[in-house]
Design a protein around this ligand. Structure first.
Ligand SMILES: N[C@@H](CCC(=O)N[C@@H](CS)C(=O)NCC(=O)O)C(=O)O
Length: 222
């Protein structure tokens, strides 16, 4: 069996890093976590990820990987226990489709935009985030506890940030996105996800996130 020297370069609050950590933990893969400062990037990060200069970076026996979805797939293919992607090719494709959709429409161009924007731009971003969440709600309905059924899968990890970062953004940015009457399945999923032992023990302290996001939301106002 190949040895498992695994290192993860991360940043404490990053939704992209957490999804990789959760995957490693779910599969029981031991790893060394190395914290980087994305505001003052280390020479190691620049050397390992010269293309994007972003975390997460996974190093497995000197093999270096960037981009969280690519890393998730690598982890899933290398360590077969507790599969993250479904077995059926069509179901696998759908999980990837929704992960990409949510990354674009709910994270980058959605809530992250809404929380930093003002006036009409904020309203527009809120509207499109809620519209995108309705699609995710439809996907989740009748699925069980998680998108992956009874256990956490790839799409759960992709959306995991919704369970711990979105509520902080809602408070800090005085916005409302996650309405339990409109999104009952997603709200129930958030609570299941955040209380899963692997997730619960790895979340950053809420007060630290509030202070951090108050600062960066102002800094990156749009
Ligand atoms: N698409 C990337 C996004 C990674 C990302 O944006 N990471 C942030 C931390 S939350 C970062 O390293 N930012 C540094 C920068 O933008 O210069 C992924 O999925 O891994």
């Amino acid at each position: 069996m190949e040895s498992q020297e695994v290192k993860l370069l991360g940043f404490w609050v990053s939704p992209f890093v957490h999804r990789v950590e959760w995957a490693l933990k779910l599969k029981g893969v031991p790893y060394e976590y190395i914290e980087d400062d994305i505001f003052n990037k280390s020479p190691l990060l620049l050397e390992l990820n010269p293309v994007h200069k972003k975390v997460p970076v996974l190093v497995h026996n000197q093999k270096v990987l960037a981009e969280s979805f690519v890393i998730l797939e690598y982890i899933d293919e290398n360590w077969k226990q507790c599969p993250l992607l479904p077995q059926d090719p069509y179901d696998r494709a759908k999980a990837r489709f929704w992960a990409k959709f949510a990354e674009e429409k709910i994270l980058s161009d959605g809530a992250w935009r809404a929380v930093r924007a003002k006036g009409d731009n904020r309203e527009k971003a809120l509207g499109s985030t809620i519209e995108a969440l309705e699609k995710i709600e439809g996907e989740l309905k009748g699925k069980g506890k998680f998108f992956g059924g009874e256990s956490i899968g790839y799409l759960d990890l992709a959306l995991g940030w919704i369970s711990y970062i979105l509520p902080v953004w809602e408070d800090v940015g005085s916005i409302k996105i996650m309405d339990p009457t409109r999104f009952p399945a997603t709200t129930a999923w958030m609570s299941e996800f955040v209380n899963h032992p692997v997730v619960k023990d790895s979340l950053p302290p809420r007060d630290k996130m509030v202070i951090y996001f108050e600062k960066v939301i102002k800094k990156w106002e749009i």
